[in-house]
Design a protein. Structure first.
Length: 337
């Protein structure tokens, strides 16, 4: 057996990239989350060839001070937490400090940023983990990240990429999730030079309507309930909703899109009486609770969470939804038999 050795940093980042950057859409998700964490008001996304050729995310957020630019690309380097207490009550979407390093290990990444404290911006490049020297750059306050040729140095990964149309669809889905989570922000999405989405700041329901369709809004009941430190709001479609092609099941916990078996189960149970068993419920629901009551550090992509009091969350979601679906306006709809 070969002797035990410590893996080189680049290889460690490439291994991490296998989890964090499964496909172009996962890189896009990480960049969008960084823009949100930076307090941006407007985020512009440009993609080429399903994101494999190019992912560019430009924001007007805080920017990164010039002297910290290289740190943004270092592994386990983050401005979002400093200790275990911070982790326990983290409110930002990111905190692991590994996304940019992971992306930079498997692509050609350019980071251009300007912090309010700097008289001009700075640019730095990272290609297959190798950092360039930083150079002055002309940019307004904010950050622009360009990711080109994803997996150019990892052919085994590249082989797993699907068609351009499929990768674009995943990117669009990642964009939609983030845009749903922050109706107060402006977003644009371009693919191969064509404008696909242009979203102005709006009320939550208007944003949902724009992204999921007016039909979804018309066929939904509005929800907004609070109890014992929990709040559930959003829209749940009635059984009459004839679904589009999209799988309209959006659940956000403290602004983060998650797939949670526990909540999905509570939702299914709440729909059971009103929904034909062969149909799937459609909803865009936002659960808010004390960050300390939920552990988001379960998975590298942070798409799973763990609740401190899972039973209370289950009971609350079931109860609120069940009541909403039984309202007169909901009950008036003929239930499919
Ligand atoms: P994390 O988000 O977990 O901290 P990342 O690798 O995604 O890790 O980013 C590393 C750091 O780079 C962040 O903590 C942040 O300080 C900085 N950063 C990344 N993207 C942006 C952005 N769009 N605007 C401002 N700062 C950013
Ligand atoms: Mg991040």
């Amino acid at each position: 057996m070969p002797s035990i050795r410590v893996l080189p940093d680049l290889l460690v980042s490439q291994i991490a990239a296998g989890e964090v950057v499964e496909r172009p859409a996962s890189a896009l998700k990480e960049l969008l989350e960084n823009s949100l964490d930076a307090g941006s008001r407007a985020v512009a996304v440009e993609l080429a060839e399903g994101g494999q050729k190019l992912i560019r995310v430009a924001d007007d957020g805080s920017g990164i001070p010039g002297e910290e630019l290289h740190l943004a690309l270092a592994r386990h380097a983050t401005s979002k937490i400093a200790d275990l207490d911070d982790l326990a009550r983290v409110r930002s979407l990111g905190f692991r400090g590994e996304a940019l390093a992971a992306i930079g290990a498997v692509a050609r990444l350019t980071l251009v940023s300007r912090h309010a404290s700097d008289p001009h911006g700075w640019a730095i490049r990272c290609e297959a983990g190798a950092l360039s020297a930083k150079e002055p750059a002309a940019i307004a306050q904010g950050t622009r990240v360009e990711v080109r040729d994803l997996y150019f140095n990892t052919p085994a990964r590249r082989k797993f990429l699907k068609s351009e149309a499929t990768e674009y669809a995943h990117c669009e889905e990642a964009f939609v999730r983030v845009a749903l989570s922050r109706p107060d922000l402006r977003f644009t999405l371009k693919h191969n030079g064509r404008l696909r989405w242009s979203l102005k700041p709006a009320e939550a329901a208007a944003r949902i309507g724009e992204l999921l369709g007016e039909e979804f809004i018309r066929a939904s009941v509005a929800i907004d309930e609070r109890a014992a430190g929990l709040r559930l709001f959003g829209l749940a479609a009635l059984p009459t909703y004839s679904r589009g092609s999209r799988d309209d099941q959006y659940l956000f916990v403290n602004g983060r899109f998650v797939r949670d078996k526990l909540i999905a189960h509570a939702v299914r149970e709440a729909y059971r009486d009103v929904l034909h068993h062969q149909r799937h419920p459609a909803y865009a629901l936002f659960l808010e609770l004390d960050p300390e009551a939920v552990d988001v550090n379960v998975h590298p992509t942070k798409s799973e969470v763990r609740f401190r009091d899972a039973r209370a969350v289950h009971r609350f979601v079931f109860h609120v939804l069940n009541k909403a679906l039984a309202r007169p306006q909901a009950g008036a709809e003929p239930a499919p038999s």
